[in-house]
Design a binder for this molecule. Structure first.
Ligand code: ADP
Ligand code: ZN
Ligand code: ZN
Length: 732
C-alpha cells in the first residue's frame, strides 16, 4: 500500500494536460520527489513513459485506482516554490494553459537542447617545463615558448598566436611535453568592467534615490529623457547588492543596446547576466544557469527576464515602462507589471518603473495610491530640453511646397549638416507606401488570404502582405480594368530615403526599419556608425525612437505625426503622445542644444500639442476624461474573445451563441458591458475570418471567472478557434 500520492500535470507530447492527474509514489521516491519535481509517469492506454510536473505531494488516498510514478527526471532541477507559484498565478490571471505558464519559468529551451561549449586547453607538463632538449622543429619551439610564457592556452588562440598546426600539438603531446584538457567555456565572455565609479547624484536624483531606499514599495520615476534615471537605477542596484540581494533590470529589447549593457557591466562587471531574444537558446541557457547558481546578482534583459530565477530579490526596475513590448501577446499573455508586483511582494522587494511618458494605466495607479510617483523634471547638467516646433503641413501645401519636408525642417537640416552635426528623421511606418491602387478604376491590391491592402517594397519589387508575409508581383496593368495608371499612395521609409538623397546628395544617409535591420548585428552597426559620426542622416521607424543616445544629433524631424492617431485603437492618442515625446528626446543629448520639428496636419490635436510641450499631466487629464466617459480602461478591465474560422457562417453561429452565453451571465459582473460580435480590424487573415467580442467590467476577478466558464463551454476546434485575452492592448 502506498502512503504518498502525487498530483501531476502530464506533458503528453504535443501539449500538457490542463487538469492534474493522480499517481502513487513508490516509497523509494518519497525522499526525492517534491512539489516542483519532474517525473516520468505511465500515461494513456499504452502506458507510455511520459514526463510530468509534480504540483502536489499528498497522503490523501484517492478513491480510485492509481498507477505508479516510474522515476524522477534527475536532469531537471526541482522548480523552486516561487516559480511554481508564478506559473499558477499566470494560469489564474491570464487564463493561460499550464504548459505555457511552466515554460515561462523553466530554463530556456527544451530539456537536452542545451549543448555546453567545450574547448581544448594546452599547458606544459612537468617534463615539458624542465626539458632542456629543444624540439627540432621551429613550430614546436614556438608553442613551447608560448606556453612557458603564458601558462595555459586554448587551442584556437594557441595555433593562431604561434602559427602552428594541430599536428605540431600532436607531436608535442606524444613527446609528453604538453598536456591537453577539455573544459567547458562560457559563450559570452565578460571583458573587464566593474570599475566605473558611481557619479555623485544631483539634488533631484538624490531626492528620488533617498525616497526609494527609505521604504519598500512601488515607485514611478517620471523623468524626461536624459534626466538621469539610469544613473538612479545603477545606484539602487548597487545598494541592493551591498545588502546581499539581487536585482532585475528590464529594458525594452530595442533599448538593450551595447551602450546600455556597457553601462551596467562598467559598474558591475561579471556580476551581470544578460537575457534577450537575440541570444541563441544555449547562450540564454548559460546566462540563466549563472543566475540560478548564484554566480551573478543582476539580470538585465527584455520582458522574459522578469522570470530570472533569483532567490533573494531586492529590486526590480522596469525602464520605459510604457512600452508595449512589456505585454506578452502569446500565451501566457501576461503584463510584466503584474509579474513584477507578484515577485516583489513575494520577496519583500521594491519595484521601480521609469519613463518620460508613463502609460495611462500607470498614472491611474498613481491616482489610486498603488504607486508613488517621483519626478525628475530636468536634464542632467546644463543641457536643456530640445525646442519643439509644430509645423502645419497644410500651410506648406498652400505655400506650394510639395516635398515631404517643411521649410523650417529643411533649413534646420541644412544648417546642422553644414556644422557637421547629425539628423534623425522618424516615420511611423513600414515599406514604401501604404497601398497600391489604380487611379482609373480605384482597384487596390489586396492580399488573397487577409483582408488588408498589400504594401509595395521597391527594393524587392514586390507587393508584400504585412500580416502573413505573402507576396505578389506588381504587374504593369490593372488586373481589374487593364489601365496602366497604377500608383503608390502615401509615403514610406523607402520613399523618404529617396527624397532625402535627392535633397541632400552629399549626406551619408542610412535607413533603419524592419526591412533593412533583419541581419544579426545590423542594428548594432548602425548604432556604432552613428556614434562614430559615419552617418549624417539616420531615418527610420519606431526602431530609432528609443534609447539611442547620440551627442551630435541636433535636429530631429517627425515626418508625419498623425499616422498613429488614425489607428483604430483606443490607445491611439496615448501611443502618439509617447512616440512624439520619445523621438523628440533623441535631440540635444550632447552639449549643443537640439531642435525638433513635428510635421502634422492636425497641429491643434491635444495629443500632439501636449507632447510638444512635454506636458505629461495635461495629456493625462485630457485623455482620462475620454476613457472615463466611455468606460474604457483603466476605468474598466477587459476580456477580449477572438473567434476565427475559414467558414464565415459557422463562425457567426458560434459567435452569437457565445454572445448569448455572456448575456446570460452579464448580471453577475460588476458594471458588466459587452460589445460584439464585430469583425476584427482585419476581418480576414490567413484565409480565416475573424470576429471579436469585448466584455468589460470594473472587476478583473469577475472577468476571469467568466473567461474560465467560456473556456469550458466553448473549447477551440481546428475549425473554430477561440482565443481569450485579459486586458488586451492590441486587438487588430
Ligand atoms: P535617462 O536614463 O533619464 O535618459 P541617464 O541616466 O542616461 O538619463 O543620464 C543622462 C546623461 O547624464 C548620461 O550621459 C549620464 O552619464 C549623465 N548623468 C546622469 N547622472 C549624472 C550625475 N549625477 N552626474 C553627472 N552626469 C550624470
Ligand atoms: Zn483599374
Ligand atoms: Zn496576407
Amino acid at each position: 500500500m502506498n502512503s504518498f500520492f502525487v498530483r501531476v500535470l502530464v506533458n503528453s507530447g504535443t501539449r500538457m494536460t490542463d487538469k492534474p492527474f493522480t499517481y502513487a509514489l513508490p516509497s523509494d521516491l518519497e525522499k526525492t520527489v517534491k512539489r516542483g519535481s519532474a517525473v516520468y509517469v505511465p500515461f494513456g492506454r499504452g502506458n507510455r513513459k511520459t514526463p510530468a510536473m509534480v504540483l502536489e505531494v499528498t497522503d490523501r488516498v484517492p478513491d480510485f485506482p492509481t498507477k505508479e510514478v516510474i522515476r524522477k527526471i534527475e536532469e531537471l532541477p526541482d522548480l523552486p516554490e516561487e516559480a511554481l507559484a508564478i506559473a499558477q498565478f499566470l494560469v489564474e490571471t491570464t487564463l493561460s494553459d499550464w504548459a505555457s505558464a511552466l515554460q515561462s519559468v523553466l530554463p530556456p529551451g527544451a530539456i537536452g537542447e542545451f549543448v555546453p561549449k567545450i574547448r581544448s586547453f594546452y599547458r606544459l607538463t612537468e617534463e615539458g617545463k624542465t626539458s632542456s632538449v629543444p624540439p627540432r622543429a621551429h613550430r614546436q619551439t614556438k608553442v613551447m615558448d608560448y606556453l612557458r610564457k603564458e601558462g595555459e592556452e586554448e587551442q584556437v588562440v594557441l595555433l593562431k598566436a604561434t602559427g602552428a598546426s594541430s599536428s605540431t600539438l600532436k607531436a608535442l603531446l606524444e613527446k609528453g611535453w604538453i598536456e591537453k584538457a577539455d573544459r567547458r567555456v562560457a559563450r559570452r565572455e565578460v571583458e573587464v568592467g566593474g570599475r566605473d565609479p558611481m557619479l555623485p547624484l544631483t539634488g533631484d536624483q538624490k531626492k528620488v534615490f533617498d525616497r526609494i531606499v527609505r521604504e519598500r514599495g512601488t515607485y514611478l520615476v517620471c523623468g524626461v529623457t536624459g534626466s538621469g534615471k539610469t544613473e538612479v537605477y545603477l545606484q539602487l542596484v548597487d545598494k541592493v547588492l551591498r545588502e546581499g540581494k539581487q536585482a532585475i533590470v528590464l529594458v525594452p529589447e530595442i533599448s538593450l543596446t551595447p551602450q546600455t549593457i556597457a553601462r551596467f557591466e562598467g559598474r558591475f562587471g561579471r556580476r551581470v547576466a544578460i537575457l534577450h531574444s537575440r541570444l541563441s537558446t544555449s547562450e540564454r541557457y548559460e546566462e540563466w544557469e549563472k543566475i540560478r547558481e548564484g554566480e551573478v546578482s543582476i539580470a538585465i534583459g527584455a520582458r522574459s527576464a522578469i522570470f530570472a530565477p533569483f532567490e533573494n530579490l531586492g529590486l526590480i526596475v522596469i525602464d520605459e515602462e510604457h512600452e508595449g513590448s512589456y505585454i506578452s501577446e502569446k500565451n501566457p499573455k501576461y503584463h510584466t507589471y503584474d509579474i513584477a508586483r507578484f515577485r516583489t511582494d513575494y520577496h519583500g522587494a521594491s519595484l521601480v518603473l521609469g519613463t518620460a511618458t508613463p502609460s495611462i494605466r500607470t498614472l491611474y495607479r498613481v491616482d489610486e495610491g498603488e504607486i508613488t510617483r517621483l519626478d525628475l523634471p530636468n536634464r542632467v547638467g546644463s543641457r536643456s530640453m530640445p525646442k519643439v516646433q509644430l509645423v502645419d503641413m497644410r500651410e506648406e501645401l498652400k505655400a506650394n511646397n510639395r516635398t515631404m519636408f517643411s521649410r523650417p525642417l529643411y533649413r534646420a537640416m541644412d544648417q546642422a549638416l553644414k556644422e557637421g552635426n547629425q539628423v534623425i528623421l522618424f516615420l511611423n511606418k513600414r515599406g514604401h507606401t501604404s497601398f497600391v491602387f489604380c487611379r482609373s478604376c480605384g482597384y487596390v491590391y489586396r492580399c488573397d488570404a487577409c483582408d488588408v491592402a498589400m504594401t509595395y517594397h521597391k527594393g524587392r519589387k514586390r507587393l508584400v502582405c504585412h500580416y502573413c508575409g505573402r507576396e505578389k508581383v506588381l504587374g504593369k496593368k490593372c488586373p481589374n480594368c487593364g489601365s496602366n495608371a497604377i500608383r503608390d499612395f502615401g509615403a514610406g521609409t523607402e520613399q523618404l530615403e529617396e527624397e532625402v538623397r535627392r535633397l541632400f546628395p552629399e549626406a551619408r544617409v542610412v535607413r533603419a526599419d524592419a526591412d533593412t535591420m533583419t541581419r544579426k548585428g545590423a542594428y548594432d552597426r548602425v548604432y556604432r556608425d552613428m556614434l562614430a559620426g559615419r552617418i549624417d542622416i539616420l531615418l527610420g521607424t519606431q526602431m530609432i525612437a528609443k534609447g539611442f543616445d547620440f551627442p551630435r544629433v541636433t535636429v530631429v524631424g517627425v515626418m508625419a505625426a498623425d499616422i498613429s492617431l488614425n489607428l483604430p485603437d483606443i490607445r491611439a492618442n496615448e501611443r502618439t503622445f509617447q512616440l512624439i515625446t520619445q523621438v523628440a528626446g533623441r535631440a540635444g543629448r550632447g552639449d549643443q542644444p537640439g531642435q525638433v520639428f513635428i510635421q502634422t496636419y492636425k497641429s491643434d490635436h491635444p495629443a500632439i500639442v501636449t507632447a510638444a510641450q512635454y506636458d505629461v499631466d495635461a495629456f493625462y487629464q485630457w485623455e482620462k476624461k475620454i476613457r472615463a466617459m466611455n468606460h474604457y480602461p483603466p476605468f474598466s478591465r477587459e476580456l477580449h474573445i477572438r473567434i476565427t474560422s475559414p467558414d464565415r457562417a459557422a463562425l457567426l453561429d458560434k459567435a452569437y451563441d457565445l454572445r448569448a452565453f455572456i448575456d446570460s451571465r452579464l448580471g453577475r459582473l460588476e458594471e458588466g458591458q459587452v460589445e460584439g460580435p464585430t469583425p476584427c480590424v482585419i476581418e480576414r487573415m490567413n484565409r480565416r475570418y475573424r470576429f471579436g467580442i469585448m466584455v468589460r467590467s470594473s472587476k478583473q476577478e469577475d472577468l476571469r471567472g467568466l473567461g474560465r466558464e467560456i473556456l469550458d463551454a466553448f473549447p477551440s476546434t481546428p475549425k473554430i478557434n477561440i482565443v481569450l485575452t485579459m486586458d488586451p492592448v492590441s486587438i487588430f
